[in-house]
Design a binder for this molecule. Structure first.
Ligand SMILES: O=c1ccn([C@@H]2O[C@H](COP(=O)(O)OP(=O)(O)O[C@H]3O[C@H](CO)[C@@H](O)[C@H](O)[C@H]3O)[C@@H](O)[C@H]2O)c(=O)[nH]1
Ligand SMILES: [Mn+2]
Length: 965
């Protein structure tokens, strides 16, 4: 158990065994069987493919070792052999065609619009409005920029595709008994799941605990799965909530397996509105469900009471400590007075520590922050909450009437590890990217899964089979060129009309799908399955290697800085041990001093390869059965090495955050990290599953939403001014992919032009001028074509992507709202960073605890918190309304009314206002209640109107034609 150590450099390690420990003895008996297979199917030195047909003959001639069970298996194989062989030969992924007619129309319309936009701009430039040249100039500049920004947003969407997966084929290849794998033991690669949390206040531990439970119960071989939670807050509350989750998982996970529960997040499952008994056939389901539901409710109460119980416990311990301190002081005083001994005076006050239940100090952050125990200053903590499971299934016991009956159900749980990296003042901890990199290293040492899935604490597994879908892309032919598989982000708890475009469907269903047809979707921070070696900064396997007939390549890393996977030897055993090459020293320098970490790299590379049974990807494949084998249990040395690599000095003078791992230097670490991989020529895939793979939460109140958008846009500006600007990328980044990344860096700058454009209608209405001289037919025709073509594109996009027109429109509206507020501030912040080096902080988005407000699900939507980001949009709304009223009055009362200018100006002002509508609604707060802002507006408008009336009356009296001058 944990014990306090004064040293800060050597953080505490602890390793608590849980009840899964008894499983260890279980696999002992079977491990010898196992060894046979390993010997038999161990990688051959030349790593040649083992064609399935030949191997089948092997079985028929009785060459493989058989017991009774495998004879039966063989029989089944001969009967179903054909079907199986067929499945095995199938690809794991396929392209699902989008209607070619729609795509053709879509492309034609894009071309048409580009042409007309060009013509329009030429017309505009050659037809200046001499009466108001400034108005004309500003509007033309804005229009040119808009055309440009539309173009770079649009052309990467030329080749949208959908990809589907075949999990049956995956099962056939990796998990059904076949000659290469007689026991049918899963040959799937390991996955390490990373969950990040940073603040127990803003990210309620109950939400995180639910996420963890949904991961632990995922439908993937237990022994291949490990779950790591990174707590940047270092909070005991989170820690204890995770421990509670680990203990509740013992009934939750087998329950999910037994009854095929979906989704496997208890909060969502028990909150489902549909009939829980539908399609459930087992007679004991009702009883089990009732039992588990009760268990969950008790769990929830325990988790919610944690902060209280931690405080009470700490108070009790602290008062004891205080009494002790006082005693000590008294003793000292007596000693000093009576014996005249010189002894240092002990402190009379004990520190206000936060205590763990075992009566030791919590090494992380304390509720009352102290030196070495505050948010940016605490030791590393690694705690194994669930031990790695054994290799063979362990079935549960029968229920005794009170407990659950888990006969025939595998009750093993995946490994669960709590990690809080060391933090010290004076170090840049690099926000989420830093946290992720600490996990990459710790997990390399503790489980070294060749694949890494990362989730934010509020994004849970909604579809328990999703991991398999992701792995299909990785294990498919040429899967070894795939750096990551991104799943769409889907959200829960968003108001039905999605006022602030929180669902972001245009991005997730249009932009990312389209990128999938080029080089792959961007990485968006959560719900992404990575290849570990791609994160390590290796280059994708070379196409050349495939054509290399000799099949031999050098056995060490190349001298150049480039790290090419193809140069890693075919199997780990053959790697690096023949010659002591100086190049090898390069690797520790880049990865840091841990030799365990360095030696894990090649293993992860090897284990991440597709199977070698596929002729086409033969040379790079791993032989079937080469992964199966019991995992070594964690020992002290391993865990202490893991603690070593999460210390804050570990990254000093290494490549972490530069060319290895999550990339530092931007608050949108996600986009940059994905960009770096694409730049190297890796391919990513977009995996849209039914039902959704993962679901998360999003801020639904205006203020939080604006701050989120502000962070994203700031990140984009940071990218624009960094070496990660797409313009600077190498040749391996495809053209349209490059344009798309360029767009990510540029879009915040559009806000400058949006802002200008939003002020143009008031300017034009007040001055009585318009952007053109008079409304000529040419102008109107162009305007019509440009508007109609955008409508047509919207309709076609809606058709091929499956989103709704309303969602498309919300996105348009939010484009303007964001553009006039957050994006603009982001540009200013970004420029400030470049010029003055002002660091940008990562403002966490609050996640409301699920279902805490019973009466109104969307109460948060009406929450109004003032922020300076609202000033500009507010000004724009007021000015446009006033300008319309002003201009209407003026024209009506004028002797020589300029109707065309009025109509033109009003058209643009209305265009601004309809986009701003959701923003205005957000300001007004809750339905029914009239907020003060309405009075403010009414007052303003009334004043303007009366002023107007007086002015007009005066000018009539003067007899002058005031408006015409
Ligand atoms: O110092 C930090 C800051 C954040 N986080 C974690 O990062 C995640 C994302 O933070 P959140 O406030 O939820 O940001 P969102 O805007 O909702 O997240 C999106 O945008 C981020 C980039 O700005 C990505 O990192 C996220 O994955 C993506 O979902 C959360 O799990 C946090 O716990 C840390 O671990 N350490
Ligand atoms: Mn989030």
């Amino acid at each position: 158990m944990m014990s306090e150590e004064p040293s800060t450099r050597h953080p505490r390690i602890s390793h608590v065994s849980t009840s899964t420990a008894d499983i260890g003895s279980d696999f002992g008996s079977s491990s010898s069987d196992f060894a046979k297979y390993i010997v038999q199917f161990s990688p051959t030195p030349d790593n040649n493919p083992v064609p399935v047909q030949i191997a089948l003959e092997d079985i028929d001639s009785g060459s493989s070792c058989k017991d009774d069970e495998s004879v039966q298996t063989d029989l089944r194989i001969s009967e179903e052999g054909d079907a199986l062989l067929y499945k095995i030969s199938q690809p794991l992924t396929r392209i699902v065609k989008i209607s070619p007619i729609i795509i053709a129309l879509y492309r034609i319309l894009i071309v048409v619009r580009v042409v007309f936009l060009g013509l329009f701009l030429v017309w505009r430039i050659t037809n200046p409005n001499d009466k108001a040249i400034w108005l004309w100039f500003l509007s033309v500049i804005c229009e040119i920029w808009f055309a440009f920004s539309w173009l770079i947003d649009q052309i990467p969407r030329l080749y949208p595709v959908n990809h589907g997966t075949d999990t049956e084929a995956l099962k056939a290849k990796f998990e059904s008994p076949n000659p290469n794998n007689p026991t049918g033991k899963s040959d799937l690669p390991g996955i390490d799941v990373f969950v990040s949390t940073a603040d127990a206040e803003k990210e309620p531990p109950l939400v995180t605990a639910n996420t963890i439970l949904s991961i632990l119960s995922v439908d993937y071989p237990v022994e291949k799965l490990s779950c790591y939670i990174s707590d940047d807050g270092g909070s005991l509350l989170t820690f204890e909530a995770m421990a509670e989750a680990a203990s509740f998982a013992k009934i939750w996970v087998p329950f999910c397996r037994k009854h095929k529960i979906e989704p496997r997040n208890p909060e969502s499952y028990f909150g489902l509105k549909r009939d829980p008994y539908k399609d459930k056939v087992r007679y004991d389901f009702v009883r089990d469900r009732r039992y588990v539901k009760r268990g969950y409710e008790e769990f929830k109460v325990r988790v919610n009471a944690l902060s209280h119980s931690i405080r009470r416990r700490s108070d009790a311990f602290n008062s004891k400590e205080e009494i002790k301190a006082l005693e000590k002081w008294k003793n000292w005083k007596v000693k000093v007075e009576e014996d005249q001994i010189k002894e240092p005076k002990p402190s009379i006050v004990a520190p206000k520590a936060t205590w763990m239940s075992d009566g030791t100090h919590w090494p992380g952050t304390w509720s009352v922050p102290c030196p070495h125990h505050s948010k940016g200053d605490h030791a590393s903590v690694i705690q194994v909450l669930l031990d790695p499971p054994g290799d063979e299934p362990v079935t549960g016991l029968g229920g005794d009437g009170r407990a659950l009956d888990f006969v025939g159900v595998d009750i093993r749980l995946p490994m669960l590890v709590y990690v809080s990296r060391e933090k010290r003042p004076g170090y840049d901890h690099n926000k989420k990217a830093g946290a992720m990199n600490a996990l990459v290293r710790a997990s390399a040492i503790m489980s070294n899964g060749p694949f890494i899935l990362n989730l934010d604490c509020d994004h849970y597994v909604y579809n328990s089979r999703a991991f398999r879908d992701g792995i299909c892309f990785m294990m498919d032919r040429d899967g070894d060129r795939v750096c990551y598989v991104q799943f769409p982000q889907r959200f829960e708890g968003i108001d039905p009309s999605d006022r602030y475009a929180n669902n972001n469907t245009v991005f997730f269903d249009i932009n990312l799908r389209a990128l999938d047809g080029i080089q792959g979707p961007m990485y968006v921070g959560t719900g992404c399955l990575f290849r570990r070696t791609a994160l390590y900064g290796f280059d994708p396997p070379d196409v050349l290697v495939e054509e290399d007939p000799s099949g031999c390549f050098s056995c060490c890393y190349p001298k150049t800085k480039k790290r090419n996977l193809a140069t890693v030897a075919s199997e780990p055993e053959y790697y690096m041990d023949d010659e002591e090459d100086e190049d090898i020293c390069l690797i520790p320098k880049q990865f840091g001093s841990s030799s365990m970490l360095v030696s894990s790299v090649k293993v992860a590379e090897f284990q991440g390869r597709p199977l070698a049974t596929d002729q086409s990807s033969s040379r790079r494949g791993r032989p079937p059965g080469s992964l199966t084998g019991p995992r070594e249990p964690l020992d002290y040395a391993t865990v202490s090495e893991a603690v070593n690599v999460i210390s804050c000095w570990y990254e000093d003078k290494t490549e972490w955050g530069m060319s290895i791992g999550w990339v530092y230097g931007s608050v949108t670490e996600d986009v940059v990290t994905g960009f770096r991989m694409h730049e190297k020529g890796w391919r990513s895939f977009y995996c849209v599953t039914e039902p959704d793979a993962f679901r998360g939460t999003a801020p639904i109140n205006l203020t939080d939403r604006l701050h989120q958008v502000l962070r994203w846009a700031t990140g984009s500006v940071e990218i624009f001014f960094s070496r990660n600007n797409a313009v600077l990328a190498g040749r391996k980044l495809k053209f349209l992919q490059r344009i798309s990344y360029l767009n990510v860096g540029i879009y915040p700058f559009t806000s400058i032009f949006i802002l200008t454009y939003c002020f143009l209608p008031p300017l034009s209405l007040f001055s009585g001028q318009f952007v053109v001289d008079t409304l000529k037919p040419a102008f109107l025709v162009y305007l019509l074509i440009i508007s109609l073509s955008i409508c047509g594109l919207a309709v076609l996009e809606v058709k091929w992507s499956g989103i709704s027109l309303e969602e498309w429109w919300r996105n348009e509206q939010f484009w303007l709202i964001g553009g006039t507020s957050a994006h603009f501030v982001a540009v200013l912040q970004g420029i400030l960073k470049v010029i003055a080096g002002v660091e940008i902080s990562f403002t966490l988005t609050s996640k409301s605890s699920t279902g805490d407000d019973e009466d109104d699900e969307f109460a948060d939507l009406y929450l109004f918190k003032w922020t300076a980001l609202m000033i500009l949009p507010l000004m724009i709304i007021v000015l446009n309304i006033v300008a319309i009223l002003f201009a209407v009055c003026r024209t009506v009362f004028s002797e020589n009314p300029q109707w065309s200018n009025l109509v033109g100006g009003c058209f643009f002002a209305c265009w601004v206002l309809v986009h701003m509508y959701p923003f205005a609604k957000g300001l007004m707060g809750r339905r029914g209640r009239t907020p003060t802002i309405v009075y403010v507006w009414s007052g303003l408008i009334a004043i303007c109107l009366s002023l107007l009336y007086i002015t007009i009356k005066n000018s009539e009296i003067d007899g002058g034609s005031f408006w015409l001058t």
